[in-house]
Design a protein around this ligand. Sequence first.
Ligand code: GLN
Length: 475
Amino acid sequence: MELNQLTIKQAQEGLRNKKFSSVELTRACLDQIKKTDKKINAFITVCEKEALESSKKADKLFNNLTIEQLSNDLPLLGIPIALKDLFSTKDIKTTAASKVLKNYVPVYDATVVKKLKDAGAIIIGKTNCDAWAHGSSGENSDFSPTKNPWDTEYVPGGSSSGSAAALAANMCLAATGTDTGGSIRLPASFCNVVGLKPTYGRVSRYGIIAMASSLDSIGHFTKTVEDSVLLLNVTSGKDQFDASTPGVDVKNYTKNLNAGVKDIKIGIPKEYITKGLDKNVQNRFEQALKEFEELGANVEEVSLPHTEYGIAVYYIIQPSEVSSNLARYDGIRFGSLRKNFGEEAKRRIMLGTYTLSAGYYEAYYKKAMQVRTLIKKDFDNAFKKVDAIITPVSPTPPWKLGEKIHNPLKMYLSDIFTVTANLAGIPALSVPIGFVQGLPVGMQILGPHFSEELLFRIGHLYEQVTDWHKQKPKL
Ligand code: GLN
């Protein structure tokens, strides 16, 4: 196996036992980027020089520290990780995939970036995405769309398109993302990797270019659920710079990973199995449910009656917050150029300004906030009956590039199964469940606030009895 194909867990073992060096591992990823990224366009910036320098330093530490010191203090030492280009990186260009910020170089690291670096991770580059994270396909990037590594005529899902595609194509060992309405889960499911959208506030938003502040969740993409645990162990926790990070204890998410799902109750919301759900996706999903039953889980129907309002509510609240957050790019700060805003950002700024304006606020924004509460209560009620809920991530398999880009409403509808988790603030884990005509499909496992440990347990067990997540695209 080539080094860039390893999981974090495998690479940790190899590095700690000196089977290979971090320089070799980093080089393998950089070589893969050189070989394949012309076709995929997953990166906006590749940090070759910085990555090689840090990996040299990592190798020195491997020689000088004990395995115990390494696993306690530097759990990600020498592991190449890519960052969505929304994460502020000190001295490295951070564009949000928008021409507005094409020359912006932050003077500080986002909290998550700092935590990853402090844990020893190697930052290999900054990945492409929909500009400002507005989108579901990656096509809103001002730096050309990312292609799906499984078939380059198809979208990789968005907005964290480059992170998911880079990982699926083995250009890194993990990648970060943001999920405001599905931007981690959708690309994870379209590219056949694992994606975690943590509970709102579990991971600090400080230093990440804001989209919609009450919905933005900071998470990551990995090759396995086990790797997802290793990253959340590092990135989660209270941050003095983000008041929405609560003091809720950070668990050691590794501890109960192998506890299984016997006697766990899994709910299937009847509102998700509708006419709009692609038949092939439905078949894959039902197969996954059967597997859970065989593993000893109790699967039962639940109801989330306000699901049908999810998209309408999300597409009022989110643009409202976008219009406020993007007001800071006023041409005075960040070297930003206002005239460079793209179509989609302008659409959202106008929509949001309208829904917040005097006279319309009560009719749109306030009403949407009230229905948001009902959507959250739907989940609260369901979680009185079941421990977790499982649904497909997307109602359809990946679609062709260009297919929806001129029809924003159609594009927005692809978020129908993902936005409600953000509206309710609950965690969700996207896991591969197979293929439809050669293109990946995923399920999401949802749980109550701060139930990441349980979601990992369920996802990990599923990976022990299936090998969908091990399938790799031929490039
Ligand atoms: N696709 C959704 C949107 O366009 C979600 C984006 C996101 O999660 N960043 O708003």
